[in-house]
Design a protein around this ligand. Structure first.
Ligand SMILES: [Zn+2]
Length: 249
């Protein structure tokens, strides 16, 4: 067994017996992990006020051979989840992003980039509009998990899309269709050229607050991303949908 010291974001904690905590965390170098912090509810010395969800910590832990759970040895707070007290909408977004990562990020996948994405979501200026920030998280998260929305060409006839004219998002195809190939009986969501362009820039990690979104575009992109995530992840848990709905009210 080797000790690992790494920066991590706490995704979720739950009680384990009287004194222990079960902690799900995203480590910067080793991806999503789950571990036991023994006596953490009582030990102020090894885990001083740092195992709350959303906190960024420096963590010392051990991975044990043939054991699903690692063992947390000690932690130190680097940055608390700061803006939660300042904005209800931002608190919803933080909970949503942490929960999505906790539930859907496979262990040890594309860890460093997801870590930076989550860190950026948790640290963004509390005055920024949480709706484009939510779209930014969802489009980047989907891309890192390997299912970006294909916006480069019609996914039936392969005609390149040049960000002019309407496109039709198809969940079945995982991207857009041209006017000639789109089904006429539904199952697609129309997208204007500006919406396709903005979604493309979000997926590429463009600085979202420099992009201009009007309310109608935001809501259409929100509908498309939710449909897209559900087509890949299955029905999302009610607790996730509840957070997301509140965020978009
Ligand atoms: Zn086509």
């Amino acid at each position: 067994m080797t000790d690992i010291r790494d920066e991590a974001i706490v995704l979720h904690t739950s009680d384990l017996g009287e004194a222990d905590l079960l902690v799900s965390f995203l480590s910067k170098e080793h991806g999503r992990q789950r571990g036991v912090a023994k006596n953490a509810k009582k030990s102020k010395r090894r885990f001083p006020n740092c195992l709350s969800f959303g906190n960024r910590i420096e963590l010392l832990y051990q991975c044990r051979p043939n054991r699903e759970l690692c063992l947390l040895l000690e932690a130190r707070l680097i940055e608390p989840l700061s803006y939660v007290g300042e904005s209800y909408q931002k608190a919803l977004l933080a909970s949503y992003a942490l929960k999505m990562t906790h539930l859907f990020l496979p262990p040890s996948q594309r860890e460093a980039e997801i870590f930076e994405l989550l860190k950026a979501i948790l640290n963004k200026d509390p005055h920024l509009d949480p709706n484009p920030l939510c779209l930014y998280f969802e489009s980047r998260f989907s891309k890192f998990l390997g299912y970006a929305i294909n916006l480069k060409e019609c996914l039936i006839c392969r005609r390149p899309y040049r960000f002019e004219g309407m496109g039709w998002y198809s969940a079945k195809k995982g991207g857009i269709l041209c006017p000639r190939c789109r089904p006429t009986k539904g199952g697609v969501i129309p997208m204007g050229p500006e919406e396709v362009r903005l979604l493309h820039l979000l997926q590429e990690g463009e600085n979202f607050h420099l992009l201009g979104f009007d309310r109608e575009i935001l809501h259409n992109l929100s509908k498309i991303l939710l449909t897209h995530m559900e087509s890949h992840l299955g029905d999302l848990p009610r607790s996730i949908l509840w957070l997301r709905e509140r965020l978009w009210q």
